[in-house]
Design a protein around this ligand. Structure first.
Ligand SMILES: Cc1ncc(COP(=O)(O)O)c(C=O)c1O
Length: 458
């Protein structure tokens, strides 16, 4: 892996045009909808909605899924066996990793990775505050201390410039999260890790297929973790995976996910019994059979999402107050789990984000305030962390002064700001047509043009 890195200025980021330009595109005018009524009045105020048609459904169920899953059901072998083995080989191949371990979900993929890499009480793990709670729970379950480094305001990913100051002799690992499909600056993160001899566990649960200089996320650190939960861009309902290139480490992961039973080169001390204190989080055969059929359409779906997202960015960034998330220039393929942008209400006459989303919904465009982040509360301020710090084990393991200073040391103002401003669309909407994207732009434009009226009425 290359350790080459360089500083990235905001100007270098991929997306170029700034918000504030005139909204000129005729593509941003609605072309669908035959409902009669006032097309310029916002639907939330009684006008005609931009669209009534539905966006593509998710997950997509095909005959191939049925053909694959029925024989598994009929076989009577539902617990981990040959189908899971095969799915692991195919997912590793799809992602360009040497090895894959399938798990029951992404949370337990992370638990497996964190424990197998050796994180334990007294260790510190540096991660991002702008993520889903499942990135942090595995650190806490290992009785380790999550340490939060603030985000880059443009890409929304953990900011490498903030990581180094957080490293101390207790730091054991960096856990970057490729959040909402964006990709962390892995050159700089890996350079820091090798300089300070730290492990890197990528949380790629929201970034299947994303590429950093031609290499897929989840293969760039020591271990990479994925989720195949229902909403993810590759799904089998529930499921997860750990990727890696080190056979011995993957054997350890296998043993951990299988109650600590010996596996491969991982044997018990006296040649008998269990190797480690572990858990059981195996993928089932029927999950794996669906994962394999879903993988068949993955590349085409991923390409479509990227193409539509690029188009959306070109259009939406022309609307004042809409600031789409950007990517580092080293990102060669963005794997959208969620299309995110900052909503700057000052440009919308003070219309609150909640009212903006409500108005979009009325136009037939489903938006939300950011997937993976509990509204108004970034993960570094979650109560479960405070609970852990108050627990007997933390009180015994960590110095009182460290715990007392924890909250102040983990302030992340950029993340706090982002959590208040995020809005966007689920990945399934990016599987729509060009017309669907135009409808999204038309709805945002319509709300912008009616902002004063809306701010006064909502
Ligand atoms: C960033 C992130 N990490 C971890 C997870 C956990 O995955 P799962 O829901 O499959 O347990 C998710 C998804 O929910 C996620 O978005």
């Amino acid at each position: 892996m290359s350790r080459q890195h360089r500083n990235v200025t905001r100007r270098e980021l991929l997306t170029t045009a700034t918000a504030g330009a005139v909204i000129s595109s005729t593509a941003c005018r609605p072309k669908t909808g035959t409902v009669s009524g006032n097309a310029t009045l916002p639907a939330v105020l009684g006008g005609q909605p931009v669209r009534t048609a539905r966006f593509p459904p998710w997950p997509v169920f095909r005959q191939t899924d049925e053909n694959a899953v029925l024989p598994v059901l009929r076989s009577g072998v539902w617990s981990r066996d040959k189908v899971v083995d095969e799915a692991e080989i195919r997912f590793a191949r799809l992602m360009g990793a040497k090895y894959c371990l399938a798990t029951c979900n992404g949370t337990n993929a992370l638990v497996t990775a964190v424990r197998s890499i050796g994180i334990q009480a007294g260790d510190e793990v540096i991660t991002t505050p702008y993520t889903f709670v499942a990135s942090v729970l595995p650190i806490l379950l290992a009785n380790a201390l999550p340490v939060f480094a603030d985000i880059d305001p443009d890409t929304w990913q953990i900011n490498p410039a903030r990581i180094e100051a957080k490293i101390n002799p207790n730091t054991a690992a960096i856990l970057p999260v490729h959040i909402i499909g964006g990709i962390c600056d892995m050159d700089r993160i890996n350079a820091l890790a090798s300089k300070h001899k730290l492990k890197v566990i990528e949380d790629a649960c929201e970034a299947h297929g994303g590429e950093w200089r031609g290499r897929k996320v989840g293969t760039l650190g020591d271990l990479g973790c994925f989720s195949f939960q229902n909403g993810k861009s590759l799904t089998c309902g529930e499921g997860g995976a750990v990727l890696g290139n080190d056979r011995a480490l993957l054997d350890r992961c296998y043993s951990f996910h299988n109650m600590g039973r010996p596996h491969g080169g991982i044997t018990s001390r006296n040649g008998q019994g269990h190797v480690m204190v572990a858990t059981k989080c195996r993928m089932a055969e029927y999950q794996a059979s669906m994962l394999m059929t879903q993988m068949e359409s993955f590349n085409a779906e991923s390409a479509r999402r990227s193409e539509n997202a690029l188009y959306l960015t070109q259009k939406l960034q022309q609307i004042p107050g809409i600031v789409p998330r950007k990517d580092y220039p080293q990102v060669t393929h963005t794997a959208f789990y969620y299309y995110g942008f900052r909503y700057k209400k000052d440009h919308f006459g003070g219309l609150s984000r909640a009212s903006f989303i409500k108005a979009l919904q009325a136009e037939g465009i489903h938006a939300s305030t950011g997937l993976g982040v509990i509204e108004g509360k970034p993960i570094n301020k979650e109560g479960c962390i405070e609970d852990a710090l108050q627990s007997r084990v933390y009180q015994k393991v960590y110095p009182a002064a460290k715990l007392a200073a924890y909250a102040a040391a983990n302030e992340c103002p950029e993340s706090d700001r982002l959590v208040q401003e995020t809005a966007g669309f689920h990945q399934s909407m990016l599987l729509g047509t060009r017309q669907d994207m135009d409808d999204i732009c038309a709805a945002v434009t319509k709300i912008y043009e009616n902002r004063v009226k809306l701010a006064a009425r909502l």
